[in-house]
Design a binder for this molecule. Sequence first.
Ligand SMILES: Cc1cc2nc3c(=O)[nH]c(=O)nc-3n(C[C@H](O)[C@H](O)[C@H](O)COP(=O)(O)OP(=O)(O)OC[C@H]3O[C@@H](n4cnc5c(N)ncnc54)[C@H](O)[C@@H]3O)c2cc1C
Ligand code: SF4
Length: 501
Amino acid sequence: MTTGIWILGDQLSLNQAALQQADLNAAIPIVLIESLAHIQARPYHRQKLVLIWSAMRHFAQELQESGWSVTYIQAAANFIDPLKQWIQEHEITQLQVMKPSDRPLFQMIQDSDLPCEIQWIPNNHFLWSEADFCQWASNRKRLLMEDFYREGRKRFDILMAADEPLGGRWNFDKENRQPPKGKLNTPAALWFEPDEITQAVIQQVKELEISLYGQIEPFQWGVTGDQALQVLSHFSEHRLPTFGPYQDAMVTGEDTLWHGLLSPYLNLGLLQPLEVLERIELAHANRDLPLNSVEGFIRQVLGWREYMRGLYVFLDSDYPERNWFQHIQPLPDFFWDAQQTDMNCLHQTLNQVERSGYTHHIQRLMILANFALIAGLSPQEVENWFHAAFIDAYDWVMQTNVIGMGLFADGGVLASKPYAASANYINKMSDYCQSCPYDHRDRTGEKACPFNVFYWDFLDRHRGQLADLGRMGLVLSHLNKMSEEELKLIRQSAQKWRDRL
Ligand SMILES: Cc1cc2nc3c(=O)[nH]c(=O)nc-3n(C[C@H](O)[C@H](O)[C@H](O)COP(=O)(O)OP(=O)(O)OC[C@H]3O[C@@H](n4cnc5c(N)ncnc54)[C@H](O)[C@@H]3O)c2cc1C
Ligand code: SF4
């Protein structure tokens, strides 16, 4: 039997499962494939393409330098044709592949009628195995993130003092989520100059004649495991101590605040979740960092990230088609071009996505997804856009975050109520409303903020469904107190806005 290993573009770690169980001395052939056809299925952010291709090329070089025998293919076709050719050339009888994180890619390979046997190696880029998550999730009435997170803390012994959570509490949210006030003195993010390999990819992407999105330069992302580790160290040193308090703040000109900027690297395999958690825990132990920040961050990686991926595996494959509110409004053009909207919060956030492919969580959730939810945009069009626009977007992370958390299109599988908010929240947590032509206090009239109009219209349109959720009583009671005259104006204004979108 001749074995070969195919390493996918988001499996760029020397510890990835297929490599880990292979013998370096056995001269096992390894292949990595860039496919031009694959990236034409939907638009990509230019920087995401540069990031993935450059990281793959760097990783292939690293493998070669470590003694592996590597073939690197740049194909115009889809993955399968060049893969078949490589299998035949190397007379491979068994192809080993670490199971892809994304279901469509797994399915495509399964259906591809390769001229050899495929051995799937369980994916080790997450802390929870697929089987362990499914076991945890089965027979539960509610799949609460909080329950899952606590189980993860105990199971992986993170921030624990024997059987109790360190500091006596599981959650320090009350000390976090502060609005931005005064001068923030944010630490600079760690960025990198493109090296020769990256410059060559940038040039190649510039010359592609396919539909792409976003600015390609300045390209500042790290493209190697070593650079990803530097970003982690930089975060732990300079940003982690204040991560918690301003986790939800949004400030013009402050694209990254105290956030980790780690998702592009984690999702490519350049960082492993356990090494991130252990480094953060060690930093806390050595430097006595504020527990609200440390726990707040650990909750993101050990809690939310693992939970979202676990749900993706556990839920039915029809999940991305869900549309609980039956929203069908097409995606407005301004999502592809920030210049086309004068709503300042959207303008600033979309502009940032164009420039870098990145915004932090609250901009994604409470500006972009919130607008899409209350304006009634089609969840599938919105998911497609998020997938195309973000540097860290993959099927496994996008579906539950957009369809579930952002748009509540799953009817409450993972959130107990929709993350819908008016301008009140945006004004409290950001400085966007201060430079906006709309008035964040108004819900009717010429200058009324569209978030207010759509928010109340959304509650009104779906009041029956929302009342059944149980946790919407307070906001629905405000709606019930609104005069019929005001509601009529809001409905008219929402319709006008929808016609304009
Ligand atoms: C509508 C929507 C779309 C999103 N799309 C993506 C996406 O395409 N790719 C992606 O990795 N994350 C996505 N997220 C989750 C989260 O917003 C990003 O992981 C985070 O903003 C990445 O920036 P950071 O590394 O600076 O994060 P930090 O704020 O520093 O958080 C640390 C890490 O926690 C993890 N994390 C936190 N929340 C989540 C979550 N909800 N799901 C998965 N991981 C989480 C990430 O790995 C992140 O790097 C989305 C969230 C929403 C609401
Ligand atoms: S006023 Fe409304 S549209 Fe303008 S920034 Fe505030 S929330 Fe956004």
